[in-house]
Design a protein. Structure first.
Length: 426
């Protein structure tokens, strides 16, 4: 049993998906406490109303280190307690670095121009193929540890830089190992349709045949390497019909669809995502009114990636339009070596506040309850609710507003994952 007391403000984010008034103003409890039993939240509320079993522990609150084994009392020091953050769209496991392309973009070269010249995704493909699984894990561990230190307790991570069966499997195995080594809950996504490999240049259909081969999908299923399948549906990548074919085959193997949609143009991929029952449609910079109507009629979560707009100096998604439409908006970093080398989800919350005109509290709900919904894990993650997994943060701030306002200031003091305090290393 662990008792967290002396909480200045507890943000009781409800289970997702969350939209409407609750999206902007989840319940706040002042002078609060939380009781954890095992890996679950057993009680939360005003500290004065704490259960008897929690009160019995309070005399033991002498100055001592925060317990690392999940037992005892934790003094929140008057800070803010929120659910552990969920980064529901990343490409964080990769090899190599692409700072040269960063400079090219500053000088005006477009994303598609870099891709068509052999850079972009294919540049990272070459680095991933050259790396062993151990090397891929070693290069990715520091990034994930920094994300954990910033308060991210669950990360969706995509393959998509191998671009052939063996290297896609290598990436998915590396993603799983990174989770085992860090304690972060890593959710694998098979992004076999990210770009066409050089071996299949100009042969998208033949490439897809290789990436949906029964023997490949069987390995992913049998080793439980991925929960989702994703596709980049865009000019220079895959058409709507190619995306449909890929996702339908992956779904038959038990993988839930996700879609990179409307990032560079209005492609109709959002409507495809809704049609196929996708967990999320991600990006949406060029989302249309027809897309919004489809989202309102389905259960697909819109995931916005404002860090990408910031990094590329490109138009952001119309967040307020989606919010006004009553949609449960989620946010993520899109951490990747090409279009958004941003690891910090709290930084993305601040970017969303400035670029997307989302309030700080809206950004918090977007990276907790709604991000959990985008991963189909809202039944146990992303909320402060009795019975939910005890993934919690203690933040050195007077409020969520102050936390998001202090851009890029490290404010997370304590990370609790599944009821245990996580030792933070950078």
């Amino acid at each position: 049993m662990t008792f967290i007391r002396n909480i200045g403000q507890l943000v009781a984010v409800p289970p997702g998906p969350v939209a409407g008034a609750m999206f902007s103003a989840p319940p706040l409890i002042e002078n609060a406490a939380v009781l954890i039993e095992g890996d679950r939240i057993a009680w939360f509320g005003p500290e004065r109303d704490a259960p008897v079993e929690a009160r019995r522990q309070m005399p033991s609150l002498s100055p001592r280190p925060i317990p690392s084994e999940g037992e005892g009392v934790i003094d929140a020091g008057g800070g803010v307690v929120v659910p552990g953050l969920i980064d529901c769209h990343t490409h964080v496991v990769f090899a190599g670095s692409r700072e040269g392309e960063f400079v090219q973009k500053i000088r005006g070269t477009s994303y598609l121009e870099i891709l068509e010249s052999g850079g972009g995704i294919r540049s990272t493909m070459r680095a991933v193929r050259a790396a062993s699984e151990d090397e891929l894990v070693a290069q990715s561990l520091p990034r994930v540890r920094r994300m954990l230190a910033a308060g991210v307790t669950t990360i969706e991570a995509k393959s998509g830089y191998g671009l052939d069966p063996a290297n896609e499997i290598k990436m998915l195995r590396a993603i799983r190992r990174v989770g085992e080594l860090t304690g972060v809950e890593m959710v694998g996504t098979y992004l076999g349709a990210h770009a066409t490999s050089p071996e299949f240049a100009g042969q998208n259909e033949a490439y897809l045949d290789a990436m949906i081969a029964p023997e490949l999908l069987s390995v992913i299923r049998d080793e439980n390497l991925a929960r989702f399948a994703d596709v980049f549906c865009e000019k220079g990548a895959f058409t709507l019909e190619q995306a449909r074919r890929y996702l339908v085959h992956c779904a038959a193997a038990g993988l839930i669809p996700k879609v990179h949609a409307e990032q560079l143009s209005a492609s109709g991929a959002t409507r495809l995502a809704v049609e196929l029952g996708a967990a999320s449609a991600d990006h949406l910079e060029f989302v249309t009114d027809e897309d919004l109507a489809a989202l309102k009629g389905g259960h697909t979560i819109p995931v916005l990636l404002p860090g990408c707009s910031f990094f590329l100096n490109s138009p952001p998604a119309p967040a307020r339009k989606l919010i006004t439409a009553g949609l449960p908006v989620a946010l993520a970093t899109d951490c990747n070596p090409g279009s958004c080398m941003i690891e910090s989800l709290p930084l993305v919350m601040s970017i969303a506040a400035t670029l997307l005109r989302m309030t700080p509290m809206e950004t918090l709900v977007a990276v907790t309850a709604n991000a959990a919904a985008a991963l189909r894990r809202a039944d146990r993650l992303g909320a402060i609710a009795v019975g939910h997994q005890a993934d919690l943060l203690i933040v050195d701030a007077a409020s969520v507003d102050q936390w998001v306002y202090r851009v890029a200031v490290p404010a997370v003091r304590t990370v609790i994952k599944a009821g245990r305090v996580v030792p933070l290393t950078y």
